[in-house]
Write a protein that binds this ligand. Structure first.
Ligand code: SF4
Ligand code: SF4
Length: 425
């Protein structure tokens, strides 16, 4: 009896089991038909992990600088756009931006801008590739922003591993007032709007808040060029560069797509298989499933395509795991450099938490995902909120590293609670 109590309460069976054979984080894009998707990227608080390195394990050599050619050639020039943009009034500048359809918050009370010039995903184009020979155009983009939003500071976050880009940026912005450049580690999820804002503006956001809640707007480095093109060249904002990633695509590269195009249909020619695939807007950890109705929009930067695999592996845990991704270094793939299989299968079952604390170690918000999960699964959401659940960024690192394959959806829980509270009022 004593043995049984120990065995059950301390989860010894689970611990032994997982320690020796089972800890197989895996390519975790769910074989259970859940809505969330896991895998990829690097570990926010773990040393020696970089996005590029981590991704390469799955899909070969990044080709982030390979892009399809111009698609729209016959665009109509925006009236009043001019090379002499400095002579244009603020009202005219606003009109040009509106006509270009570039989504600047012209009617909002803007306090500042944050420019994302770093990527942790190697299949998205680096800031260096975006700018190439267009430093002057990027600076004009910054100056137009400053003219439109007087006295607003602009913070630019560069990849700390690309010191040449940082130095060029430092030199380019030297004549500009209230433009600041920072070197940040391009480690997932650093490029999230919330973390970029907090890293550079150095003010904490309210729990669950976005930079736009406090008047800050996040733009990408390529947006500076789009602003320049609208005002100086008169080119409307009609296209978006979308990066294709995952083994469901024949190649991983950047593709220019027209805004408003049905995304799924546009990407079908690039599927590597006639079998079922899962298309995600965004990365494999947090991407949302693309449906027939999903259109290309400003936020569409990347699409992940994975082969669908719903098979339930027979005695999966007994295999050495040469092709399994494992955070815990339990599988053979840790010491044998093999490529990893990336599909939508969970490759195992959800099991009880073994209190390994991996999720705590990787959480960029220093939350306690294991405890929050326990609270939420016992209908104690208020207790989970009391220990900071609202601060969750929904980066999914805690799900990715979990050896027990416990899916955590704290943001969805918070949104549900808020909706319920709103309906009661
Ligand atoms: S608790 Fe939230 S912020 Fe922390 S790792 Fe999990 S998903 Fe990311
Ligand atoms: S929930 Fe956290 S502590 Fe529990 S098994 Fe998963 S990673 Fe380990």
């Amino acid at each position: 009896m004593l043995f049984f109590i120990l065995f059950y309460n301390l989860n010894v069976e689970n611990f032994i089991f997982q320690s020796f054979v089972y800890v197989n984080i895996v390519c975790y894009v769910n074989g259970k038909q859940k809505d969330n998707n896991f895998l990829d990227l690097n570990m926010s608080k773990c040393k020696n992990f970089h996005g590029g390195y981590f991704f390469k394990k799955f899909v070969g050599t990044p080709k982030g600088n390979i892009v399809a050619t111009e698609r729209i050639v016959n665009w109509e020039k925006i009236a009043q756009s001019s090379k002499e943009w400095e002579n244009l009034s603020i009202d005219v500048l606003k009109k040009i931006i509106q006509e270009s359809h570039f989504p600047l918050p012209l009617d909002q009370d803007v306090k500042g801008f944050v420019i994302r010039a770093l990527e942790s995903h190697p299949f998205r184009m680096s800031a260096t590739h975006w700018i190439q020979g267009r430093w002057d155009d990027a600076v004009i983009g910054l100056q137009i922003l400053q003219k439109l939003f007087v006295n607003c500071p602009i913070y630019i976050g560069c990849d700390s591993s690309d010191s040449s880009f940082y130095k060029k940026m430092e030199k380019a912005i030297a004549p500009l007032d209230k433009v600041f450049v920072y070197r940040l580690k391009a480690k997932y999820p650093q490029e999230l709007d919330e973390l970029l804002y907090e890293s550079m503006v150095r003010v904490s956001l309210p729990a669950g808040g976005k930079p736009s809640d406090v008047g800050y707007y996040v733009l990408n480095i390529e947006d500076l060029l789009a602003i320049h093109d609208a005002v100086v060249v008169g080119k409307p904002y009609l296209e978006r560069m979308v990066f294709l990633y995952g083994n469901g695509f024949t190649v991983n590269f950047g593709l220019k797509l027209t805004m408003g195009t049905p995304l799924k249909k546009a990407l079908e020619p690039y599927f590597s298989t006639a079998e079922e695939v899962r298309l995600l807007e965004g990365n494999a950890l947090t991407g949302e499933v693309i449906t027939e109705e999903t259109l290309v929009k400003h936020e569409t930067r990347m699409v992940t395509c994975l082969k669908e695999d719903r098979r339930r592996g027979f005695l999966f845990f007994l295999r050495p795991g040469f092709f399994v991704d494992s955070f815990s270094r339990t599988f053979a793939s840790w010491f044998v450099p093999t490529s990893r299989k990336l599909d939508t299968n969970l490759h195992g079952e959800e099991r009880p938490c073994i209190q390994c604390s991996y999720c705590e170690n990787v959480c960029p918000r220093s939350l306690l995902p294991n405890l929050m999960h326990r609270y939420c699964s016992h209908e104690m959401e208020e207790e989970a909120l009391a220990i900071g659940m609202r601060k969750c960024l929904d980066c999914k690192l805690c799900s990715y590293v979990c050896p027990s394959k416990i899916e955590k959806n704290f943001k969805a829980i918070v949104e549900k609670l808020d909706a319920e509270n709103d309906s009661k009022q």
